[in-house]
Design a protein around this ligand. Structure first.
Ligand code: FE2
Length: 484
């Protein structure tokens, strides 16, 4: 299949008379195996040494600015020379250890042209000229990299790949019969144990961890297996009983409906872990509530599209404004830089964040809620809360010493029943980006082909089956490893 890949330097086309697509195609046995086409703007290869198997050359839309690649099946796509120079991964342009760009992109001349472009079964080689910009050297681009990042047009569409949420399992209270769980010993003793823990969090939005020594020190060490702890106005690692030291109802004894935490941050906390340190006999009530927000959003979309549309688009204000404490006498005055809706989708239509806390919600009003929209928004709120508070959605459990619960605060809402007596909890937040970075790293370490990433594996499959392109050592841990 790779023998049918054709690369064409567009400038060459501009310098030559128009070609026809009827040139003789050499028999397969006569085709060179490695170099399919060597094309230079100034030293064009004779037509007889430039095999054209199957697909014809396509005239580039802007023939002096880039190359056109033709893939098996007839797809063609173009890359500008500026794009190619910008994405060079040779050491002078890209640091192999830090994987940071070294080329000064705005200084690449807009009319930059290579001296030569050639291709073989691995990819494309571009020879840049001696110029005031740089001394001559050669860049290499694997076919897989070009196909993955093609833009004019893209050759792999988002619709060709599984949803980023396809690996997640939406759940109801029935999950109580088979709770995702790992043990403290496996997490503390091996990286594979951390991977198993994070896989469960990614799949279900939460996980238990059992067998923890009933101390704050052991709990903190457990959390730090994922990443460093996120410090907030509540502190870093918490170890607390009910009081209003932090000016927040979380530090009281009242019931808390299902909510996500830190809606008032521009970047809400990613993971939250709780571990009960006082025996259940020391208090009455205080059961823990979890609700799968991604399932709730999906159900709302299916049953009440209008409500779903409103909650996905209307920004909601939120704040933390508790009175000051001895350590922070000026008080807390937190607001996010950008108000966002309850349900937040990315540019591909994937749900990425539920942000909902009725207690921390600010004043709704103004242009965003103009006229009848306010009544519609309250109606949508009732529909949303109706799902969150349904019996089937709510997973209630009694916390116990030795078993911590950790959850993805952007997906799973949590709450608590009212309690009396002494209830000592410890725990912490972890940044979402740091959790996801750790998960990606462990996926690449333990996940096998595709790195445990379903979309990466699917992309490899599309490139292989549709275009015959295989990653040839340019995957894991190299400068060519990349993410969609
Ligand atoms: Fe909370």
């Amino acid at each position: 299949m790779l023998s049918r890949l054709v690369v064409r330097a567009s400038r060459a086309a501009a310098a030559r008379p128009p070609r026809t697509a009827t040139r003789a195609i050499p028999p397969a046995a006569a085709r060179p195996r490695r170099r399919l086409l060597s094309t230079t703007p100034h030293r064009l290869a004779p037509a007889t040494t430039a095999p054209r198997a199957g697909p014809r050359l396509v005239e580039a839309s802007n023939p002096v600015k880039g190359i056109t690649v033709q893939l098996p099946g007839g797809s063609t796509t173009s890359f500008s020379y500026v794009w190619l120079r910008d994405h060079c991964r040779e050491e002078r342009s890209y640091h192999p250890a830090t994987r940071q760009r070294l080329v000064d992109t705005p200084k690449i001349p807009a009319d930059y042209r290579p001296d030569a472009v050639r291709s073989d079964e691995r990819g494309i080689y571009v020879t840049w000229p001696n110029s005031s910009f740089e001394s001559t050297y050669e860049s290499f681009f694997p076919w897989s990299f070009l196909a993955e990042h093609a833009y004019n047009p893209p050759v792999v569409r988002q619709a060709d790949l599984p949803s980023a949420n396809s690996s997640k399992v939406f759940w109801t209270r029935e999950i109580a019969h088979d709770m995702p769980t790992v043990t403290y010993d496996e997490v503390m003793s091996t990286e594979k144990g951390v991977y198993e823990w994070l896989k469960r969090i990614n799949t279900f939005g939460f996980s238990l961890c059992s067998g923890i020594p009933g101390t704050p020190e052991a709990t903190e060490a457990l959390i730090r297996r994922i990443a460093f702890i996120r410090d907030t106005h509540y502190g870093g690692f918490w170890d607390f009983t009910a009081n209003l030291e932090h000016g927040d109802l979380a530090y009281s004894e009242v019931r808390l409906e299902a909510h996500t935490d830190t809606t008032y941050f521009t970047d809400p906390c990613g993971l939250q872990l709780f571990h009960l340190l006082s025996p259940s006999s020391s208090h009455k009530g205080g059961h823990n509530l979890l609700v799968d927000g991604f399932r709730a959003a999906s159900l709302l979309e299916a049953t009440n599209p209008a409500a779903h549309a409103l909650l996905s688009t209307v920004p909601v204000p939120s704040h933390a404004s508790g009175s000051g404490s001895a350590s922070l006498p000026s008080g807390v005055h937190l607001r996010p830089l950008v108000r966002v809706p309850v349900l937040n989708y990315d540019e591909h239509g994937e749900l990425v964040m539920v942000r909902w806390n009725g207690d921390d919600r600010g004043v709704v009003g103004g242009e965003a809620f103009e006229g009848a929209k306010m009544d519609e928004w309250y109606e949508a709120l009732r529909a949303w809360e109706g799902i969150l508070r349904s019996d089937e959605a709510q997973l209630w459990s009694q916390m116990e010493v030795g078993t911590a619960v950790i959850f993805d605060n952007l997906r799973v809402l949590h709450g608590r029943s009212a309690f009396t007596g002494e209830r000592r909890l410890c725990g912490a937040y972890v940044n979402g980006d740091d959790y996801r970075s750790r998960l990606r790293g462990l996926e690449r370490q333990f996940g096998g082909h595709g790195g445990g990433d379903a979309r990466r594996a699917a992309l490899d499959g599309v490139l292989r089956e549709r275009f015959g392109i295989l990653r040839r050592g340019e995957g894991k841990g190299t400068v060519w490893e990349d993410y969609l």
